[in-house]
Ligand binder design. Structure first.
Ligand code: GAL
Length: 303
């Protein structure tokens, strides 16, 4: 897979799973993301909502299309109507309920609704059914991610106050709602596209700046506890084009065989359906400094 370009599935079709996430369940990986497989709306850098796609793979390179697991709806009142915004879906498996739970950014076309949607399914390949929409802890929510900790507790990390600040909000035991505990972190830093991982007992959060589809510098923050205190460190990217995150934007951090990887979207604003992907290795030195370097190809995780 050539990093930075649109990738193809095992049938040779473009993978439509932008702003995505990867879930490992049993011996397979599931990649969920925004299906943007249609021309841009005339004179606008958007594609009408199609739904959330799912792909599955045994090796993170050969991806089989599993279909649209949450579809856009024709009812103009529905939060999933074609004209709205459905972005950055993230999926967790809940062991207590044996269900797959998806959280996503739901918005009005002008991004003024700024909420989340919660959907659930019995199988990783769906179908997912929207349970509810909400404003987490009565606050705005735009770019978001989910993080499941080693103890099974899960968190929603979401940009609020027109992206000025990031909130970390704990989910309830079934992952289908919030439990009311939250903190605001990185106040006034204006970050979006959050992605989290844990290494050496520390939590790491990679974010992008707020420049729409245009690339900017990534920044990471570190904390000994997920609920803070988060300390801003630096741009984790190194080498040519590192100040533009290699022309990408963070979508997800995941680990396989104890090695961490950062997934990026390479947005193509004039023709969003051709937006590319990359998966880059993440390294940590003895002092916990996080580094992401460009690699021309993604060949699957290291052994
Ligand atoms: C980006 C955001 C994307 C999408 C885009 C719309 O900054 O990360 O998920 O919302 O803006 O312009």
């Amino acid at each position: 897979m050539k990093n930075g370009q649109i990738w193809q599935d095992v049938d040779g079709k473009d993978i439509q799973a932008h702003g995505g996430c990867i879930l490992q369940y049993r011996d397979r990986f599931y990649w969920y993301g925004e299906n943007k497989g249609a021309p841009n709306c005339p004179s606008r850098n958007r594609v009408d909502v199609i739904g959330i796609s799912c792909y599955s793979s045994g090796n993170l390179v050969d991806w089989k299309y599993e279909g649209i697991v949450l579809k856009a709806e024709p009812d103009p009142e529905s939060p999933l109507h074609f004209s709205k915004v459905v972005e950055r879906p993230k999926v967790l498996y809940n062991e207590k309920t044996n269900r797959f739970v998806m959280w996503m950014h739901l918005d009005s076309p002008d991004y003024s609704f700024s909420g989340v949607g919660i959907a659930a399914a019995e199988q990783p390949t769906g179908p997912f059914r929207l349970i509810r929409t909400t404003h987490p802890n009565r606050q705005e929510s735009r770019d978001m991610t989910l993080y499941r900790d080693e103890d099974g507790a899960a968190y929603l990390i979401h940009a609020k106050d027109w992206n000025k600040t990031m909130n970390i909000a704990r989910l309830n035991e079934s992952y289908t709602d919030l439990d009311g505990t939250y903190v605001s972190v990185m106040t006034d830093q204006e970050r979006e596209a959050p992605a989290l991982c844990k290494h050496g007992g520390l939590y790491y959060m990679v974010t992008s700046g707020c420049t729409g589809w245009a690339p900017n510098s990534a920044l990471y923050a570190v904390s000994p506890h997920i609920m803070g205190h988060w300390k801003l460190i630096d741009n984790p990217c190194e080498g040519p084009d590192s100040r533009k995150t290699f022309f990408g934007q963070s979508s997800f951090l995941f680990a396989v065989n104890q090695k961490h990887y950062l997934m990026l979207d390479h947005w193509s604003p004039e023709n969003l359906q051709k937006s590319g992907y990359s998966i880059l290795p993440v390294t940590f030195d003895e002092e916990g400094i996080m580094t992401v370097r460009w690699k021309d190809t993604w060949d699957g995780p290291e052994e």
